[in-house]
Design a protein around this ligand. Structure first.
Ligand SMILES: Cc1ncc(C[n+]2csc(CCOP(=O)(O)OP(=O)(O)O)c2C)c(N)n1
Ligand SMILES: [Mg+2]
Length: 589
């Protein structure tokens, strides 16, 4: 058997069941072997798109993504997506054909490229070791790493016969003996000392807030840590928030403050700033999530729980760092606090012991739990005010252009609740992130760790493939939309009934708002109007221009069905105002 076939088959057997890519000569056989092994292959139109699709698929499905690329330019085209995935700790395996001979036109330093963007470099070293090498790469990816597996052309083409005495290719692998040892306990439980220390701090807290991050999301077949965190939060009266990448995790909980950080609503920011204890659960508490520390009240205690010891204190000093899996730690600490059992609490109302009636200050400790930060009046206030769409604003739609807030609120009303929202980068990005609700954390795909524009459409495609039961909504700026435009064809070809919303200000708005106030010339970042609806129609979309909420009838009609073609909404938005959340971004440059 050829190495390319053995490796493809083996990866399919290990669980690579959806593979994205762009096929050239160097990854032709390995891709076909994956398909032969049962994988579904999704052809993208650009390797950047393919990689982002695989990344978004992995985030949404909670399993390792796989992307297959040609040697040389296939890999260099994929680099932005690889950087995004690596920074996001997405479990992703990049199958990168390699031309090792320096004289080859296709030669690049694959390992160097991988290392340059924080990915792990792996390689098929020889025909004899190739399948074991692929195993090792898969295992490393499972450990939440983005792995670039170089597939040298000569090794791929060589013969490799599995040892028949050890079972051959099939149900049980002849190479499993080479798999890296699993961590001693998985998921890692916190130490008893750390558990009691955290329980003691929670016991003493008057106004605790939990902020859950990526590490609280479900992965590798495990559900999210929502149930465990809610049980613990009930026991100590904590309010619940998330970082942007975990938006939706506590959807429906009456104490959910939604996203902390730049996207936080005024009430969310007020309540987090008022906390005397903030616990980051699988959350780095970085400059985005904490608004450069502005959301941390004077004297507040900071705690971080993470299964990766190197994450603790990486962005800001914490008073206590706990090494442990989020769900395991929350469960252990809830037990230590004597919280009611999960079974007993299932579906039960969160406890509010006594209302002090002041709308914000903590209630009294009761027998079945602690009021902590919670009171009946605060619960009502959260229900009334926590969503951005409930914050009053002066609508500056003028008939020619629609206010992006009014647009987003109208779309939130129109689009079905079962949706997956994927957001590109740019000035506009806060509008969909803040005004569109999502059903849970899998319903929000936020590929922003590298702050690249142009990834939003491919993110939406990957998420849509993972969750075909939900309506995929890609929210893009006009710049990002045109940068990633080739994948419109992929949406049409795959028959995905997607809604693409373009917040079209005919500019790189982020730069306009960044430099405009200084009086700098802006010609390099402004563009003539483009009929993006017509461009989309050329790809096979339905395309509509929207200049006011009155134009959204076309969206309503489309949603009613039969949704035969995907829909692109070219929303001509007002753009007088820079986004307030971007000030944070620019401070982080
Ligand atoms: C790949 C890449 N190139 C350039 C940038 C710099 N950049 C950040 S936002 C932005 C403008 C994006 O324009 P658009 O998609 O229309 O969104 P808007 O800011 O107008 O809302 C640019 C060019 C970037 N982040 N990523
Ligand atoms: Mg723009």
């Amino acid at each position: 058997m050829r190495v390319a076939d053995a490796v493809g088959r083996e990866l399919a057997r290990l669980g690579a069941d959806v593979v994205f890519g762009v096929v050239g000569s160097g990854n032709f056989h390995v891709t076909n072997a994956l398909i032969g092994g049962g994988a579904r292959f999704i052809a993208a139109r650009h390797e950047g798109g393919a990689t982002v699709m695989a990344d978004a698929w992995a985030r949404t499905a909670g399993r390792p993504g796989v992307v297959s690329v040609h040697q040389g330019p296939g890999l260099t085209n994929a680099m932005t997506g690889i950087a995004e995935a690596a920074k996001s700790r997405t479990p992703l395996l990049v199958l990168a054909a390699e031309a090792p001979e320096v004289r080859s036109n296709f030669h690049v330093d694959v390992a160097g490229l991988a290392a340059a963007v924080g990915a792990v470099a792996e390689r098929l070293y020889s025909p004899a070791s190739a399948v074991a090498d692929a195993h090792r790469a898969w295992q490393t990816a499972l450990g939440r790493r983005t792995v670039v597996l170089a597939l040298p052309l000569s090794v791929q083409a060589a013969a490799c016969e599995p040892d028949p005495s050890r079972g051959g290719l099939g149900g049980s692998s002849p190479w499993v003996g080479t798999v890296q040892a699993a961590p001693r306990t998985y998921p890692p439980a916190p130490s008893p000392e750390a558990t009691s220390a955290l329980a003691a701090v929670l016991r003493g807290a008057d106004r605790p807030v939990f902020i859950a991050g990526r590490g609280a999301r479900g992965r590798a077949g495990r559900p999210s840590a929502r149930a465990e965190l809610e049980r613990l939060a009930d026991a100590c009266g904590a309010l619940l928030a998330t970082s942007a990448v975990a938006k939706g995790l506590f959807k429906g909980n009456p104490w959910d403050l939604d996203v902390s950080g730049g996207f936080a609503s005024p009430l969310t920011a007020e309540l987090i700033t008022g906390a005397d204890l903030i616990v980051g659960w699988g959350c780095s508490l970085n400059m985005w999530t904490m608004r450069h520390g502005k959301l941390i009240g004077t004297g507040a205690t900071l705690i971080q729980v993470d299964d990766d010891p190197t994450a603790l204190g990486a962005h800001r000093p914490v008073h206590l760092g706990v090494v442990g899996d989020v769900a395991e730690t929350a469960r252990a600490v809830a037990d230590a606090l004597g919280a009611r059992s999960e079974e007993g609490d299932a579906g039960g109302e969160p406890k509010v012991v006594r209302d002090k009636g002041d709308g914000g200050s903590p209630g009294a400790v009761g027998t079945s739990g602690a009021a902590g930060y919670r009171s009946a009046a605060l619960r009502e206030r959260i229900a009334r005010e926590v969503r951005w769409r409930d914050v009053p604003f002066a609508d500056d739609s003028d008939g020619e252009r629609i206010d992006p807030r009014a647009l987003s609120i109208a779309l939130d009303d129109l689009l079905p609740a079962e949706r997956t929202v994927a957001v590109d980068s740019g000035n506009f990005m806060g509008y969909p992130s803040m005004y569109l609700s999502v059903p849970d954390e899998a319903g929000f795909c936020f590929t922003q760790a590298f702050q690249s524009i142009g990834l939003g459409l491919a993110s939406a495609i990957g998420a849509a493939v993972a969750r075909p039961d939900r309506l995929a909504v890609a929210a893009l700026g006009d710049g990002g939309a045109l940068m990633g435009v080739s994948e419109l064809e992929t949406v049409v070809r795959l028959g995905i009934p997607m809604v693409v919303v373009v917040y079209d200000d005919e500019a790189y708005g982020a730069e306009v708002h960044h430099f405009g106030p200084d009086g700098d010339p802006l010609d390099t970042v402004r563009f003539p109007p483009a009929d993006i609806g017509a461009i989309a129609r050329g790809f096979g979309f339905e395309g509509v221009a929207v200049r006011g909420v009155g134009d959204l009838g076309a969206v309503r009609d489309w949603l009613e069905g039969p949704r035969r073609r995907p829909l692109l909404i070219d929303a001509k938005i007002t753009s007088e105002r820079g986004s307030w959340w971007l000030e944070e971004a620019f401070r982080g440059h």
